[in-house]
Design a protein around this ligand. Sequence first.
Ligand code: NPW
Ligand code: ADP
Length: 300
Amino acid sequence: MPGGHAWHSAEWTAEDAAGVLRVPTAADHKYSRGVVALRTGSLEYPGASVLSTEGAWRTGVGMVRWDGPDAIAGLVLQRRPETVLGAGRADAWVLGSGIDARTRSEDDSTRMRKTLRDGSTPAVVDAGALDLAAEASVPLIVTPHEGELREVRIPLGFGIDDVDEDPLAPRLSGDFRERVLVVRETAVALGGVVLLKGATTIVATPGGWWTAVRSGTPWLAAAGTGDVLAGAAGAVLAGVAAAARVDGREIDVEELGPVAATAAWLHGTAGRLAAGSGHPITALDVAEALPQAFAAATGT
Ligand SMILES: NC(=O)C1=CN([C@@H]2O[C@H](COP(=O)(O)OP(=O)(O)OC[C@H]3O[C@@H](n4cnc5c(N)ncnc54)[C@H](OP(=O)(O)O)[C@@H]3O)[C@@H](O)[C@H]2O)[C@@H](O)CC1
Ligand SMILES: Nc1ncnc2c1ncn2[C@@H]1O[C@H](COP(=O)(O)OP(=O)(O)O)[C@@H](O)[C@H]1O
């Protein structure tokens, strides 16, 4: 049972999310609430650094660090001067949003590999870091959309790398049970948590636990909302990992299932709140509604 949560939950709820989210107390300080560090954004996709940083701050965490290319650091600070630049003490990492695996810099590859292999800090792995997930030894959550799932699976020995046809497509376009099966088998092979984004987001752990998140809205289908989700997931993860650190224990990968589902629930709810009775939203609108989504779960 991941983190004491029910073994199987057909759909993740506000009450489930409240059981994962941490409301600060008088005894807290910024480090006890958790530090999330991000390696996100690139010269090609500079905006993703801002979107993921904003998603992390708005989800609630003690500190956000951003450790990316100097040329875009100003964008992050312009939007969020609270952000601390450079790597350092962290309870969780977010890697890959706004990075393209095919064109990423040597520096990005080296640093992301090192983060995934050294130490035990858990990580959220998105977009341009997904192909590295199979090499990881730290507890991790991967956050692919349908088009990116093969980046996770091919290094694990699934699928075929050298043909144009994607052998996954028919399985993902099939019925819900088959989609769940694909996500669960990927989590088992990876030894990490898989969060497959979509209208219904599916989360599975290597131990066989899984859940579905349906809190969102089709208005979320807009560029950059996934980058906000990655930051939000990093913040929830940092909070849970910091609590484990304060308790003097290492976080178990099974605990990351409820963390991922909670981040997806918050993000979906934020999208729904931002879209109101039904109007277009931007990724930053979603980030800005995250505090309201948090309050909707915890009643604070
Ligand atoms: N402002 C910024 O900085 C932004 C930065 N961003 C960053 O851009 C990078 C590239 O990310 P990406 O998602 O845009 O493109 P990529 O990984 O090449 O995959 C796209 C291919 O997959 C397919 N596909 C199938 N299902 C799909 C689905 N559900 N959702 C989406 N695609 C789906 C689809 O194929 P099609 O259906 O068109 O045949 C399509 O050809 C990444 O680092 C990201 O963080 C973005 O967040 C935008 C805002
Ligand atoms: N039709 C939809 N209904 C509900 N949520 C959606 C829908 N389409 C996309 N989303 C959500 O929007 C986000 C899109 O993320 P992603 O595809 O990574 O976009 P980007 O790479 O542009 O940031 C995910 O959280 C996904 O679950």
